[in-house]
Design a protein. Sequence first.
Length: 392
Amino acid sequence: MIGLFESMARPLLRLLDAEDAHRLAIHALKIPPFVKLVADDPRLAVRAFGLNFPNPIGMAAGFDKHAEVPDALIKLGFGFVEVGTVTPHPQAGNPRPRLFRLPRDQAVINRLGFNSEGAEAVLRRLAARAGAVSVPEEVETESLRLTRLLRRSGAHVAGQGGIVGVNIGANKESADRIADYVRLIETFAPVVSYFTVNISSPNTPGLRDLQQAKVFDELTARVVEARQRVSLQAGPTPVLIKIAPDVTLSELDDIVGIARARRVDGMVVGNTTVARPPSLRDQKIAKEPGGLSGRPLFELATRMLAETYVRAEGAFPLVGVGGIDSGAAALAKIRAGACLVQLYSALVFHGLRLIPGIKSDLSNALSRGGLAGIDELVGADAAAMTAEPWPQ
Ligand SMILES: Cc1cc2nc3c(=O)[nH]c(=O)nc-3n(C[C@H](O)[C@H](O)[C@H](O)COP(=O)(O)O)c2cc1C
């Protein structure tokens, strides 16, 4: 299936507007059958946040925003899939064009602005996937009642059938953004394996201010309290916080300190950057406002990951994201402090065959080092990395 997709679809997709190409890729993934290609090397299995991941390679948030194809992605070899960002109410996002490729830099700029079908639509898909209850027609449109119904049925899918997390965000016009996150935790807890609280998208004005110490403390207090409350019925659902690679080191001190004190379950480092490295070759497209991802993000995001790792001191696990486009890049993230990694932009340029390639490179690295598992490599280079000059 990957071979077919590679040879037929990718040259065509490159000719299309980036957002149209993305929609087409989602449609293609809806076509059955998908067969899992090869069983994962058992040495690639990772246990984190109380969940068992078959391999550490995840689909990053933003590819499957509305939870249309998580199971197809799992079958194609991802160890886990993060759907979303989902907002409570549907919203259209920014006007098009809002997604740009920088082929010479192997990078992407997006200013989608949380285009979301909303919690209701996504909940219905994830509930159907959980398959634990048949939902009577009259409650199908009422997310709260559906959630209660799922809770009563005990339909928590902690990794059963593949680990699917939901990345949650606030509506642009929300009067109480923290309340949006709380509500989404209450809504989705019965049907997802974990949450990622996205406070780092550069495309919703003011959202990243939630990373400021005072409001971040209130946010983490309220989401962790919500997680505790729903766990009585839905079971434990880990809550991760996704940060921007653009926070200063003193802001990172506060963020990690508060996350530890409030007992969040982990952090995702990180989102796209608003920075534009001077090395970018597609200078014209580089001027488009939005978040930059892909290869030019790798060094900054990996350094921020190492900085987070040394501050977390093992209090919680980290997910490393940003610019992964090879086995070597995934390994570098792990050595910087990630026990799990995610990617998105590199798939635009390299396609899905990247996933088996990265997994086999990781297996080879374990064999070369005579290592029994990924955990033996996590953070091996973090201290050395943080002593290096800041990446340009
Ligand atoms: C088109 C696009 C849309 C994205 N949408 C989201 C999103 O909705 N929520 C989120 O947390 N991150 C989103 N991201 C960020 C990715 O999840 C990831 O953090 C970032 O792209 C860095 O990884 P990469 O270099 O492998 O792409 C998006 C990225 C891209 C390219």
